[in-house]
Write a protein of this length. Sequence first.
Length: 119
Amino acid sequence: QVQLVESGGGLVQAGDSPRLSCAVSGRTVRFPRMGWFRQAPGKDRELVAAIRWGGATTDYTDSVKGRFTISGDNAKNTVYLQMNSLKPKDTAVYYCAAATSLWSRYDYWGQGTQVTVSS
C-alpha cells in the first residue's frame, strides 16, 4: 500500500527557512510526478511546487518562486520542499502528492503537515 508521510512543519518565525519532507513507501518504482500543495484556512488547496522526474523539471506557483525549492532523493524515496524567507501568508497545511503519470491527476496524498508563520 502506497503511503506518503510529511514531516518538518510547525511554528516558525517570518524569515525562517524550514524544509518539509515527504517519505514515500509501498512503491518500488519512482512516481513520474510529485507535488507539494497547501491549503490555508478558508481558501482552496493550491499547487505550490511540482517535479517531473523524467526531465527533472520543476514548476512553482508565482507566490513562492525564488523562495521555495522542490527536490528529491531517490535513494531515500523522499521528496523535499525547501522553504526560504517564509512569510505569514505562507501559513497553511502542506500536503505531499504523487501522480502515476505525467499528465494525470494526483493519485496519492499525504496527511498534511501544518506550517504556521508568525510575524
